[in-house]
Design a binder for this molecule. Sequence first.
Ligand code: ADP
Length: 319
Amino acid sequence: MKTIGVLTSGGDAPGMNAAIRAVVRTAIYNGVRVLGIEQGYNGLINGNIKEMQLSSVADIIHRGGTKLRTARSEEFKTEEGRKKALNVLEVFGIDGLIVIGGDGSFRGAQKLNELGLPTVGIPGTIDNDLGYTDYTIGFDTAVNTVLDAVSKIRDTSTSHGRANIIEVMGRHCGDIALYSGLAGGAESIIVPEVGYEVDNVCKKLLKGKNRGKLHSIIMIAEGVGNASQLGEEIEEKTGIETRVTILGHIQRGGSPTARDRILASQMGAEAVNLLLAGETCKVVGIKDNKIMSMNTNEALEYERDLDQEMYKLTKILSI
Ligand code: ADP
């Protein structure tokens, strides 16, 4: 393998830069040329590609976002688009591709692999919604961003004796809500994997109020329902003044945590090593604290399960 291409695709995540840095430096360390493809599969189709040097990735390990920028490409979903992409890969002499992104981006890599290109995926998404790996790059930073917001909301919530609903991201995965809810001491955690009954949420709020609790934090994942509507229902049923905060894209930005930087560095290096070892159609992950890899087709079949033990613990601790 002489030339590796690297791109970031789909939703961005803090730590993607650290992963790009690791890919570029590991490739150069091994005497392999590395080309950066800008704006995901769109940039690949349009030949938006430049050679990366050691200095191209200097001063980015601590930065959120992605230096290579990202995009969603409808054209790449068509056979015609992918043929164009393959042609560009040939023109630039790219003989292996590293894709940093979520499940959609991995499906795109899978399609390129079917056309004969060796590919390795690195999980970069704050949602932690990939079942084959314990963690994805960006998740830990997002949880810490939410936690910071929870602490601030808790202050004002206590002052006013209000209930606060905090809606977090995660698409259909409740991990951001679960982890930040446990760490932030939330009274109720509502995740798509379990669902909720408004009456139960209200009962818990009233129970807390009756034993003198000054505030209540309700974490709700975006995939479960409408946070504003839940707020209205709670106010109506309990008479407790309720505020709703939808954290939104703040969760996607910021300097990555140490944990995300380390994970990204390890995964980036492993992705290059896999390509150099002649592996193809792989995705990198972390399982039981060990960096691992798996066939992409197999990895995409894993459903993400909620950590039931952790969920149970949140119930016990918020009694
Ligand atoms: P994420 O990677 O964060 O899940 P998306 O689902 O938006 O984000 O996917 C990113 C890009 O990957 C899409 O815009 C598209 O170009 C490509 N992609 C997604 N699914 C497929 C697919 N089934 N076939 C080919 N390309 C795909």
